[in-house]
Each structure stands twice: as structure tokens, then as C-alpha cells.
Write a protein that binds this ligand. Structure first.
Ligand code: CO8
Length: 258
């Protein structure tokens, strides 16, 4: 887990924590940082001793967007041929539940990466926005799609066309944010939530996450069928038998993640 220059990676029991750490650039997402986050998240994802991943930044900025200084001189051919920033798709594809713990600015790519996470816990000082239009471009790692699905067309158009920021309260009202906590409580709350999730059966957590993701990819009937088959499949898990037996026996379950 060592050798990273733009992030700090820690594990606490079954929780993996990735902290964006480019304070001089408000955690702007350059290519090196992207490569490191994807590598760290993939390593946690392959380690079944990790049951939830927290992604966070600093108190001032989760991430103030893609690195504008790095992007400024790129040409269309450069970004097309390198499929610029598509590696973030691998972060979005992580199967382990992910929590974005957002304080301060989550702008542009920062907002988009936060939206790739399964839960988004915001500090009271969090500010969300997609200011790409002010740079003569548009969101490029899912903002037009995930923000619209999260908050609806009206607010997505408002934010993406004007580039304005919304505060944590507006983001929670709009459905972007799972919960808001006092800024100094942010990391503790995110880690406690991650610990709670990581104590559940990992295969059941995968199944739940996959089924929710289907809601964005399918018709209602297809999604309900997917859910039912997946629910049926959990009956093959020892953890499912343990969970129900423990309830009947009035004791806490011991999940073995199998
Ligand atoms: N990129 C590079 N450097 C940045 C960025 C950024 N996104 N944001 C801040 N910085 C740097 C500043 O340049 C400054 O560096 P220096 O001290 O060397 O001048 C340092 O961080 C501190 O920033 P400020 O002095 O500006 O701090 P303030 O507190 O005054 O302002 C703001 C904070 C309001 C967040 C301001 O920094 C800002 O507006 N930042 C840019 C926000 C933005 O426009 N983000 C969107 C970027 S575009 C994007 O994310 C596209 C994503 C998809 C790309 C997909 C491609 C295919």
C-alpha cells in the first residue's frame, strides 16, 4: 500500500480508507492521482478482508475537479486517443461498497468521483458543482448522467448550465447526499458507517449493491426480476442461513463472508 504520492491509503480492520492528498492543488485530479486511486481501490476490492471503502479529501476540498493545468494544453486527438480519464470507470466498477466522505469543494471531476461512490456523506461545509461550462467544456466522467439520475433534470440543468455550486443542505434536499454531519465529525461518521457495512455478509453486500445499480440500467420489470433472482441466490449463502438462524435464536449473527 506504500509508494503513493497523491493519496494516503490506510486500513482499519475491515475498512479501507483512501485520502486524496494534493493539498497544494485542492486535490485536483491529475492523471497520477487517478492511477493511484484506481490501484488502491482495486487492491482493496480484491481483498475480501476489506468490506467497505471510504474515499475522502481534506476539510477544505474533497477535490476541486480535474487538474485544469494538466488539461489546458491537450488537443482533441490527445484526449480521444488516450481515452482521457476513462480509468475512473474502473473505480466506479468496484464491487465493495464505497463511501465518499465529502468536506469542502467537490467540483467537476471531484463531484463526479463522489457520485461514483455508493453513499455520499457530506460535511456541513461541503459544496457541490459542475463548473466545467465556465471552462468551455462539459463534465467528462459521468456528471451529466449521474447528477441527472441523482437530482433530476431541473437541478442538473441548473447546475451544469450555470456552473453554480450548491451547499450541503441543497444537495441533501435534492437527493445527492445520504446524510450531512458536522464537519469535524465527517471522517468518524464515514468510518463508523463503513464499519457497519463491512460487518455484514460481503456477498450479500455485493448482491444488494448490484441490485440497486440495476435500477439505473433496466426497466422496472427487468430490475425486479434481477432482484428476485439475486434474492433467491442469497439462499445459497452460509451467511444467509447464519443470519436467519441467529435471528431465530435471538443472538447476533457471525458472518463469514461466504
Ligand atoms: N486544477 C488545477 N489546479 C487547481 C484546481 C483545478 N481544478 N482547483 C484549484 N487549483 C489550484 C489553484 O490553481 C491554486 O494553485 P496556485 O496556488 O498554484 O495558484 C490552488 O489550487 C488553490 O486554489 P485557489 O487559490 O483557487 O483557492 P480558492 O480557495 O481561492 O478557490 C475554488 C477555490 C473556488 C475551488 C477554485 O480553486 C476553483 O474554482 N477551482 C477550479 C474548479 C473547477 O473549475 N473545477 C472543474 C475542473 S474541470 C473538470 O473537473 C472536468 C472533469 C471531467 C474531465 C473529463 C475529461 C475527459
Amino acid at each position: 500500500q506504500n509508494g503513493y504520492e497523491n493519496i494516503i491509503v490506510e486500513r482499519r480492520g475491515r475498512v479501507g480508507i483512501i485520502t486524496l492528498n494534493r493539498p497544494q492543488a485542492l486535490n485536483a485530479l491529475n492523471a497520477a492521482l487517478m492511477t493511484e486511486v484506481v490501484a488502491a481501490a482495486t487492491e482493496f476490492d480484491q481483498d475480501h478482508g476489506i468490506g467497505a471503502i471510504v474515499l475522502t479529501g481534506s476539510e477544505k476540498a474533497f477535490a476541486a475537479g480535474a487538474d485544469i493545468k494538466e488539461m489546458a494544453s491537450l488537443t482533441y486527438a490527445d484526449v480521444l486517443l488516450s481515452d482521457f480519464f476513462s480509468a475512473w470507470d474502473r473505480f466506479a466498477a468496484v464491487r465493495t461498497p464505497t463511501i465518499a466522505a465529502v468536506a469542502g469543494y467537490a467540483l467537476g471531476g471531484g463531484c463526479e468521483v463522489a457520485m461514483m461512490c455508493d453513499l455520499l456523506i457530506a460535511a456541513e461545509n461541503a459544496r457541490f458543482g459542475q463548473p466545467e461550462i465556465t471552462l468551455g467544456t462539459i463534465p467528462g466522467i459521468g456528471g451529466t448522467q449521474r447528477l441527472t439520475r441523482a437530482v433530476g433534470k431541473a437541478k442538473a440543468m441548473d447546475l451544469i448550465l450555470t456552473g453554480r455550486m450548491m451547499d450541503a443542505a441543497e444537495a441533501e434536499r435534492a437527493g445527492l447526499v445520504s446524510r450531512i454531519v458536522p464537519t469535524e465529525r465527517l471522517l468518524d461518521e464515514a468510518i463508523e458507517t463503513a464499519e457497519k457495512i463491512a460487518a455484514m455478509s460481503l456477498p450479500a453486500a455485493y448482491a444488494a449493491k448490484e441490485a440497486i445499480a440495476q435500477a439505473f440500467e433496466s426497466t422496472l420489470a427487468q430490475g425486479v426480476t434481477f432482484e428476485r433472482r439475486t434474492f433467491h441466490a442469497t439462499f445459497a449463502l452460509a451467511d444467509r442461513a447464519e443470519g436467519m438462524t441467529a435471528f431465530v435464536e435471538k443472538r447476533p449473527p457471525t458472518f463469514k463472508h461466504g
